[in-house]
Design a protein around this ligand. Structure first.
Ligand code: ADP
Length: 168
């Protein structure tokens, strides 16, 4: 068994041993907040059956934005990305459910809005690469790192009786 970090209510950040229940970090970027898309984004995951276990608004500093996107620091667009990500509040979310890391990415769409299918969040609401509305962890390792960074205080560990109607 994997030791469960205390900040995650006893469940390991990116998985519950013996199941494919995962947790991921999703965020509504500053453009989503400004455009009033937060409720819609949350509703898509709720309606699908995923469980919201962490939710808060944070206005990231440039330091936090740079840390969040540290993997991209050599890219030419990095300074603009950091400036944008710290330009206003974001909504930080931790979602839990079967295959949520991969499914979350599919629900977001592709990084490039032009390649994002209608029906995905980016495919429905975005046009430009640098204003693509939402963020989602792209691997279990990224989910663990990002959840530790954005939810150091932990998330809410609770069960939902409706899960018997979501999972067989
Ligand atoms: P994703 O957000 O889909 O995981 P990346 O981690 O590759 O994609 O990039 C992070 C964010 O940086 C993207 O969501 C996008 O807003 C921005 N970005 C990526 N590539 C470019 C680029 N070539 N020019 C400008 N912004 C970019």
């Amino acid at each position: 068994t994997v030791a469960a970090p205390a900040h995650c209510g006893g469940i390991p950040v990116y998985g519950i041993p013996g199941t494919n229940q995962e947790r991921t970090f999703l965020a509504c970027k500053p453009d989503a907040v400004q455009r009033g898309l937060v409720g819609d984004i949350i509703q898509r995951f709720e309606k699908r059956g995923y469980k919201l276990v962490g939710l808060k608004m944070v206005w990231p500093s440039e330091t936090m934005a740079a840390e969040h996107y540290a993997d991209l620091k050599k890219k030419p667009f990095f300074p603009g990305l950091v400036k944008f990500f710290s330009s206003g509040p974001i909504v930080c979310m931790c979602w839990e459910g079967k295959d949520i890391i991969k499914q979350g990415r599919q629900m977001l769409g592709e990084t490039q809005p032009l390649a994002s299918k209608p029906g995905s969040i980016r495919g429905d609401y975005s046009i430009d690469l640098g204003r693509n509305i939402c963020h989602g962890s792209d691997s279990p390792e990224a989910a663990e790192h990002e959840l530790k960074m954005w939810f150091p205080e932990g998330v809410s560990d609770y069960s939902k009786s409706v899960d018997a109607w979501v999972y067989e």
